[in-house]
Design a protein around this ligand. Structure first.
Ligand SMILES: [Zn+2]
Length: 423
């Protein structure tokens, strides 16, 4: 009896997914984000963790389970290329030293537990892949990723950068030299090309599978040679690299060094955006809703002003034709909202900027899959791809806000969410 209960419990907790089984999904409307098209009445056959067949006339008689989504729009899982899952600032609390106090008051273990909870919340909202872009204390997201990969939890696929590499002081501000360099709990100080190379290698050693640099935290910013050292070192190890920069000469130094993506870039000029397009550098704009700036401590006026700047940059980047990947940068922990719900609030900004729905869906699927160099295995519903599949009642190509109602989530063949919809 005890053994039976243990097995039952293991199955309920998701360990049962180890056994390969075949699932057939009846997809009423199969959406292809890459082309912005819909194919009706399709069958998706899943064998274990991957898709083995897709098409209108597939024999499903041997499938172990048939999932009926014939009333739904079915498409690949969403991706967010810029998250901070272990961070959880209380809203309206990021004033003065409070941001840095989190470095001091929370252990890496606590940060990992929060990171796991928020990663699972993101998955439940439809985000099957996330890129955690740093601020995870002592490599806490490495353990979150390992625990998911070991099957202890069903969570999203994770790329993670480890500690953020930046000039002396990281992203802390104005602390007395008598307090010691406590920011090193979150950042690796690196102030020459050699130190930057060493910092990249250190992150890789401790488990990072992608790299992040902050190029312009203060009026000190990285030279082209310093950015280039980071890009070369990441690429030597076969990893992609993201560089945080706002604009000006600091951004030109980053663009010339050629990372895979630029994070934020709120003040990029048209010339810089054009150069990014030419060099194939992706913009991960972290296009914050106005309310989020306010929650992080900005005044009403300042929140409106930065949001307007974000919308303007989003419109210019789209007009110029820069490839964009959805990235949110949520660092807040709202008591009445999940992290996934807060990530989806960024869709409002993309709509306010007038970006076409099909292009937004691409920025949430195809483009980040290419950016993260995982497009051969994720980001599409095709034979050989991992079965990361979600569904909505409405067509996201008609209105991207359909994504606020993701009612089905399949992660590598395991059902994470299957709400009954309609009547
Ligand atoms: Zn960020």
């Amino acid at each position: 009896m005890r053994a039976y209960l243990a097995i039952l419990l293991a199955v309920l907790l998701g360990f049962g997914a180890v056994q390969a089984q075949t699932i057939a999904i009846r997809a009423g409307h199969l959406v292809d984000p890459a082309t912005g098209t819909v194919a009706d009445d399709q069958i998706i056959l899943i064998d274990g963790k991957t898709i083995s067949a897709v098409g209108p006339n597939i024999d499903i008689s041997s499938a172990d389970e048939v999932i009926d989504l014939s009333d739904s729009y079915v498409f690949p899982g969403l991706m967010d290329a810029h998250v901070h899952m272990t961070f959880g600032l209380r809203p309206y609390d990021n004033t003065g030293s409070d941001w840095e106090m989190y470095f001091l008051k929370e252990t890496s273990a606590y940060r990992a537990l929060r990171g796991m909870r928020q990663s699972i919340e993101a998955l439940e909202s439809g985000f099957t892949t996330i890129k955690d872009i740093g601020n995870d204390a002592e490599w806490a997201m490495v353990d979150v990723r390992k625990a998911i990969e070991a099957g202890y939890f069903v969570g999203p696929t994770i790329l993670n950068t480890g500690k953020i590499i930046a000039a002396f002081g990281g992203q802390s501000r104005g602390f007395s030299h008598e307090q010691g360099p406590f920011w090193q709990y979150e950042y690796l100080d690196a102030d020459t090309p050699d130190e930057i190379r060493k910092a990249v290698r250190k992150n890789i050693y401790y488990g990072a599978n992608t790299i992040k640099l902050v190029a312009d935290n203060s009026n000190v910013f990285y030279t082209e040679a310093e950015n280039r050292a980071a890009v070369e070192e990441a690429h030597n190890a076969g990893l992609t690299i993201a560089i945080h920069v706002y604009g000006g000469q600091a951004a030109t130094n980053v663009i010339n060094a050629g990372p895979e993506s630029i994070e934020h870039g709120f003040a990029l000029s048209d010339d810089q955006l054009t150069l990014m397009k030419e060099k194939g550098i992706v913009l991960v704009g972290t296009d914050f809703p106005e309310e989020h700036f306010r929650m992080m401590g900005s005044s009403d006026e300042r929140a409106r002003e930065i949001n307007a700047q974000v919308v303007d940059r989003l419109q210019r980047a789209h007009r110029i034709g820069v490839t964009m990947a959805f990235g949110t940068d949520v660092i807040l922990d709202m008591p009445d909202k999940t992290r996934g719900e807060m990530m989806l609030e960024y869709l409002d900004v993309w709509r306010a900027a007038g970006i076409p729905h099909a292009d937004i869906l691409k920025a949430l699927t195809t483009n980040p899959a290419e950016l993260m160099a995982i497009d051969n295995e994720r980001g599409a519903i095709a034979v050989g791809q991992f079965a990361d599949i979600i569904a909505t009642s409405e067509n996201p190509l008609d209105d991207i806000h359909a994504l606020n109602g993701v009612h089905f989530v399949l992660k590598e063949g395991a059902v994470v969410k299957h709400d009954l919809v309609g009547g």
